[in-house]
Design a protein around this ligand. Structure first.
Ligand code: FMN
Length: 287
């Protein structure tokens, strides 16, 4: 939904293809909107451009998932509840991205964190799943693998990288924040969003407390246009913009290459040195 029209999405896909020979995916988000975009036209662009992987997210994705699957696309469905994951599995998705309550963006309304969500998913799902939400470190990757996930998705952590095409003020705010610096807006309209705790976000919560469910009363604060301007033009950090609790784990702005290598190294080190090491401890003799 960062692309204003299906043709903009087509151009972006083509641009990405020119920049890398590696496979890449497209995110396809279905969110409640006052004026819903022409989702079908976006889906048709994804299919006609031969994209190999799609991450679907949001409400009532069934028809689109079926459309992508008929086109032979590998579909990862991102969801926040195990029952939604089971439904997606039933209609044929290949992989689930389990998005815990810690996540930036839309954590849903069930408020279950990854510490419980992942083992619950592992118990019930037959298809593979990855962890999403609040992830920024290699130790978390090692923990997620231990809990049954096959990999890790990161949103906020990638925002604070050199390559991320957002204003440096936003990146600096992430680096300087703690895990207590997010809040939830749009709860009263059942479209909860985890965002940076700014004056605007707190104002939005105040209005929601006074006029719950009244989207028109908060629309001027939550409109995507504010978001876009802050990220891409002004760098105004006081607007309402998404980020996860992982902001408390982010202390620098590395290149993506450096970040990914570091995370893999740290996950391997955690498994080899710390976890494997525990097996040689006196504990082992007791077991
Ligand atoms: C600024 C921002 C914008 C996002 N936009 C979308 C979106 O359009 N569609 C979507 O499915 N998820 C979106 N997300 C959620 C991410 O894809 C991912 O699920 C989430 O960031 C994971 O949590 P984390 O930020 O704690 O890593 C967004 C997240 C952020 C931080």
């Amino acid at each position: 939904m960062t692309q204003k029209s299906p043709e903009d999405l087509r151009n972006e896909i083509r641009k990405c293809r020119k920049l890398t020979s590696k496979p890449f995916g497209v995110n396809f988000t279905l969110l409640p909107a006052l004026r819903p975009p022409n989702y079908k036209a976006y889906a048709e662009v994804i299919i006609s451009e031969g994209v190999k992987v799609v991450e679907t997210a949001g409400r009532q994705p069934d028809d689109f998932i079926k459309m992508f699957k008929s086109a032979g696309i590998y579909v990862i469905h991102k969801c926040v509840q195990v029952r939604h994951a089971l439904h997606a599995q039933k209609i044929g998705v290949d992989c689930i991205s389990m998005d815990g309550f810690e996540c930036g963006g839309h954590p849903g309304e069930a408020d279950v964190g990854n510490w419980v969500l992942l083992p619950a998913a592992a118990k019930k799902l037959k298809i593979p799943f990855i962890v999403s939400g609040g992830c920024a470190t290699g130790t978390q990757l090692a923990a997620a693998l231990a809990l049954g996930a096959e990999g890790m998705n990161m949103g906020t952590r990638f925002m604070a990288t050199r390559e991320a095409s957002i204003h440096s003020n936003i990146k600096e705010s992430i680096v300087n924040a703690s895990e207590n610096d997010t809040t939830l807006v749009m709860r009263s309209v059942k479209n909860t969003e985890r965002v940076f705790k700014t004056d605007s976000a707190m104002k939005c919560r105040e209005i929601e407390a006074e006029k719950p469910g009244n989207i028109m009363a908060i629309r001027h604060l939550v409109t995507g246009e504010n978001y876009r301007k802050s990220f891409q033009e002004t760098g105004d950090t006081d607007s309402i913009w998404s980020c996860g609790q992982s902001i408390g784990l982010i202390n620098d702005i590395p290149t993506v290459e450096n970040l990914v290598n570091r995370i893999i190294w740290s996950a391997e080190n955690t498994i080899r040195a710390r976890l494997n090491g525990l097996l040689d401890s006196p504990m082992k003799a007791k077991l």
